[in-house]
Design a protein around this ligand. Structure first.
Ligand code: LLP
Length: 444
């Protein structure tokens, strides 16, 4: 639950606002992001890494890029920038959001394993800070776009460093058999090629081993391997920086116990320093790209309970509590078996707790919001149900499955709620269906 969540008169308050008031004004479901919490976490992770990598000369040694794929709206981009972070985008759409939000192009890094030709051109034309190259073909493509624009584009090269991160298979990104990055043994030849291309300037190497990682030893191992490569390739021409990616895990349920970020930063810094010592190279400027860690815990999704249905099983009874959202606004349980915690938000109850399964309203039995949660046995239609830690990868993964309009993104600060992204309407959905053109509907 976002820090500062409290219960007053039985109802949860987020950022000082009663959840029932927000539901009344905006309807449900909605994603509510506590701006104060998101910004405090952005600051905290930046300061943690700055402190861990600090040296006596006080020079800035760390760049923190906010991974916009976790949650990106114009305001969120501006909050992150205001807290001293840069913005990492991974598509033409995210690039457009960041640029139109007024983020200075130099503060933007652009990722992706198959960036669109036009998106590359847009990034080059805007003068973004770096492209993270993912393959030899892409190196040529970005070089050509930069040459056409008469620019020298700063680039980083993404390495598949061969570390097996202990996380869900779909969230691990640096073992051998996956699509991202360039395998270590192919890196020297590609770096040589990039250095031949006059329209590219190689500023450093990059890796990202996966997401929702708790075990800091994976980060340390990848840092050691990356530093060895950094030293080897920097022998000819120095590389400015080393980007170690994001992936820092958060708590979704009470069973998740992530180490404090300060500790993770310190152990990463130790790994980098001792590898640099062994290799006899200076510690490079370090970049990281956290997304989930910053915004995940700052968000809650609030639904209204619609039906409560006990289903008799051999082993007992399971109560399905169905809400007015589901895999359309949060497909993570269906995609990754993700676990969440939920509470009745609109009242307190002294009824016995029962083990319930919170389901969505979509036409699919895998449409689960929370697989198993203790809810009061008197949970009833009309109750508001809040699900914690939905700030990252929910709004961005949301779909219109079953022609369901996507919920709004609301922000709360100092007791006031405002809309960052408005609720989608049925008209929004129908507007793209050209079959309504004859009826005049699409023009409305
Ligand atoms: N950098 C790169 C290159 C990435 O690919 C990602 C995430 C990040 C940084 C940020 O990772 P974070 O700090 O947020 O873990 N949809 C999945 C997560 C996919 C992550 C993709 N890349 C989920 O809902 O769990």
């Amino acid at each position: 639950w976002p820090e500062g969540t409290e219960r007053v008169d039985g109802a949860l308050r987020f950022g000082g606002v009663d959840v029932r008031e927000i539901a009344e004004q905006h309807g449900t479901p909605f994603l509510l992001v506590d701006e104060t919490v998101a910004r405090a976490r952005a600051r905290r992770i930046r300061e943690a890494f700055e402190a861990a990598f600090a040296t006596e000369d006080d020079a800035q040694r760390v760049d923190v890029y906010y991974a916009g794929k976790a949650l990106l709206t114009a305001e969120v981009a501006r909050w992150m920038r205001a807290e001293g972070l840069r913005i990492d985008v991974c598509s033409g759409g995210e690039l457009a959001i960041a640029l139109r939000a007024g983020i200075e192009p130099e503060a933007i890094g652009y990722h992706g394993n198959n960036k669109g030709e036009r998106d590359i051109e847009a990034g080059v034309a805007a003068g973004i800070g770096t492209f993270v190259l993912d393959s030899p073909i892409e190196a040529e493509r970005v070089a050509a776009a930069a040459a056409r624009a008469g620019r020298v584009q700063r680039v980083r090269l993404r390495i598949s460093v061969g570390v097996h991160a202990s996380t869900h298979e779909f969230l691990a990104t640096s073992h051998e058999d996956q699509k991202f990055g360039v395998p270590v043994d192919e890196v020297p030849a590609l770096v040589a090629r990039i250095r031949q291309l006059p329209s590219l300037e190689l500023v450093g190497l990059h890796t990202h081993i996966g997401s929702q990682i708790f075990d800091a030893s994976g980060f340390a191992e990848s840092a050691r391997r990356m530093l060895a490569l950094h030293a080897e390739l920097g022998a000819d021409a120095p590389l400015e920086e080393l980007n170690l990616g994001g992936g820092f895990g958060i708590a979704y349920t009470a069973a998740d116990r992530p180490e404090p970020i300060e500790q993770i930063a310190a152990s990463l810094a130790d790994a980098v320093r001792s590898a640099a010592d062994e290799l006899g190279v200076p510690v490079p400027r370090i970049a990281i790209e956290p997304g989930r860690w910053i915004v995940g815990p700052a968000g809650v999704t609030v639904y209204t309970v619609g039906t409560v249905k006990p289903v008799r099983l051999d082993a007992g009874t399971r109560t399905y509590v169905s809400v007015d959202g589901g895999m359309g606004d949060n497909p993570r349980p269906a995609l990754y078996g993700a676990q969440y915690s939920a509470r009745i938000a609109s009242r307190v109850s002294d009824a016995e707790p029962m083990l319930a399964r919170v389901a969505g309203h979509h036409c699919e039995s895998g449409d689960i919001v929370v697989d198993a949660e203790w809810l009061p046995a008197d949970v009833a239609p009309g109750d508001l149900l809040a699900v914690a830690a939905t700030g990252a990868y929910c709004h961005q993964l949301a779909s219109n499955y079953n022609a369901t309009p996507r919920p709004p993104v609301l922000a709360v600060r100092d007791g006031a709620v405002r809309e960052l992204v408005r609720r989608e309407s049925i008209d929004d959905l129908l507007a793209r269906d050209t079959g309504f053109a004859d009826t005049g509907f699409a023009a409305q």
